[in-house]
Design a protein around this ligand. Structure first.
Ligand code: SF4
Length: 493
């Protein structure tokens, strides 16, 4: 694509330029995590909103991805059929998961791969550490994997004396900055270029004033390439594991998974058990949907198929459950396992776009996080399902047709039933319940509130107790409620 005589790079192709304001503000940090205490997403979101350059860039960047996704979707008349097919394949696989996993294991072993099973994150970390230790590995290059984030893999490895080096640019930025990924596809999307320049200056010795993206990418390439070439072992995740062949498919835009899988002699692939699909031909459905939904590009730059170890090498696959079997048994939530981690629901979510992924204080943020995180720790993430407007946009864009907003609402009911709402919300909900159950009192209260909003002094409305008025004006109440208007018109001759 050419613009003003200049060839645009891949990511610039259909993007609107986004210019951060001059005099860059400090990067807001994520939610405060305190053991098992309930994560307060709104507190961290407020700090993100209070950083307007970050908030504006984040909102625009993700909305840009959503726009590109829409353009790709409209260019494919069969889009809805593909979504329905993808959903049906996933639902069929999940309801026959034991068979397909065993078939995958058999075929992977026949391909010369060693297969391990891990019931949770801890076991996964032990298994991988054991493999590395047995091979005397001191360095491990790793491509991006949300599963390993779930397992707390890097934190675990920090105490083993084996150095882990992330090879995805965004993930490496996050590793150097000691932060988790804030998005499943673009892990450092909440950072301005200047934030990255600062991180690289501190860790790679680059010029902190130079926030040119090409220079930053080149600095990362030069710093990481020797580490890749000399690594003892490589690790990847997996987008799809094909039962029929025992092969795995990894989709990236930087080719870093290929380096991790092929440069060192030892390759370990960590795979969530929900990643299995029955047949090779099913890949065509998912590969067409994945990158279009994620970044609005027709395909990822690299779609790599790995059947077995490289010549003279060794390959291990760790199949990880980590709560997935339990989720599969949950009537209302099992279809969340269809997720292919495209991030489209995050890009479209107005709450996520304005609050940043790290405000959720969990591995998964945005709408998909709201329905997955509570299944890991119901109490700790009990406030998250309330960080949604329930507008349904997430469900509309989901390429595997997960009813995300309905599951968010269902999680709210679970929290309410288990008294996991927090005191203020519990009291407010109880009062609202009483009011809504008595129409006469409800109408009287609405009329009183309308008049109060119109007549009370500002300090009585805009204070800490009214979160609606924290960042916006409360709208003027209409002179007449819809109920009164309707009654008047219905009874008119
Ligand atoms: S829930 Fe759907 S839209 Fe969201 S990341 Fe998963 S597959 Fe993508």
């Amino acid at each position: 694509m050419i613009k003003n005589g200049r060839t645009l790079q891949h990511a610039e192709g259909a993007s609107h330029p986004i210019h951060p304001l001059p005099m860059q503000e400090l990067q807001p940090r994520g939610a405060r995590i305190r053991g098992n205490r309930r994560v307060d997403q709104t507190e961290a979101a407020e700090r993100f909103i209070a950083a307007p350059q970050h908030q504006k860039m984040h909102d625009e960047r993700l909305w840009d991805l959503r726009g590109k996704r829409d353009r790709q979707m409209h260019a494919m008349p069969e889009w809805e059929d593909l979504r329905a097919l993808a959903s049906a394949i996933k639902e069929h696989t999940l309801t026959h998961l034991d068979q397909y996993l065993e078939q995958f294991e058999r075929n992977a072993r026949a391909n010369g791969v060693e297969v391990h099973w891990a019931k949770d994150g801890e076991e996964h970390n032990h298994i991988v550490h054991g493999i590395l230790r047995d091979h005397g590995a001191k360095t491990l290059i790793k491509s991006k994997s949300m599963l390993t984030e779930e397992c707390g893999f890097r934190a675990y490895m920090a105490g083993t004396g084996i150095e882990v080096i992330e090879t995805d640019l965004g993930e490496r930025i996050q590793q150097l900055d000691n932060e988790d990924p804030s998005h499943v596809v673009v892990p450092a999307v909440h950072k301005l270029r200047g934030d990255v320049a600062k991180v690289f200056a501190e860790h790679l010795g680059t010029n902190p004033e130079d926030d040119n993206v090409n220079h930053l990418a080149e600095a990362q390439r030069e710093a990481t390439r020797p580490l890749i070439l000399n690594a003892d072992a490589g690790m990847t995740g997996c987008n799809f594991a094909v039962a029929e062949t025992g092969g795995i498919t990894v989709c990236t835009n930087e080719g870093n998974a290929d380096l991790s899988a092929n440069v060192p002699r030892l390759h370990i692939a960590s795979i969530g058990i929900e990643k299995v699909i029955p047949r090779l031909e099913h890949l065509a459905v998912f590969v067409r949907l994945l990158s279009r939904s994620a970044l609005g590009s027709p395909i990822t730059q690299y779609t790599s198929h790995i059947r077995g170890p490289r010549a003279g090498g060794e390959m291990h696959i760790v199949l990880v459950d980590n709560g997935r079997s339990a989720r599969l048994s949950q009537d209302q939530f099992w279809t969340s396992l269809k997720c292919i981690r495209c991030g489209a629901c995050m890009n479209t979510c107005p709450v996520y776009r304005r609050s940043g992924g790290l405000s959720y204080g969990a591995t998964y943020s945005g709408p998909i996080g709201l329905i997955i995180d509570p299944s890991f720790n119901r109490h700790k993430y009990s406030a998250l399902p309330f960080s949604s407007t329930l507008n349904g946009s997430c469900s509309n864009v989901c390429p595997v047709k997960i009813n995300i907003h309905e599951q968010i609402a269902a999680w709210r009911q679970v929290m309410a039933k288990n008294h996991d709402l927090g005191v203020i919300k519990m009291v407010a909900m109880k009062a609202a319940g009483v009011l809504l159950a008595h129409p006469v009192s409800y109408r009287a209260a609405i009329a009183a509130a309308d008049s109060a909003l119109n007549n009370l002094p500002r300090f009585a409305i805009y204070n800490r107790l009214n979160s609606w008025g924290k960042h916006r004006e409360v709208p003027h109440a209409p002179r007449e409620s819809f109920h009164t208007w309707y009654k008047r018109h219905r009874s008119a001759p």
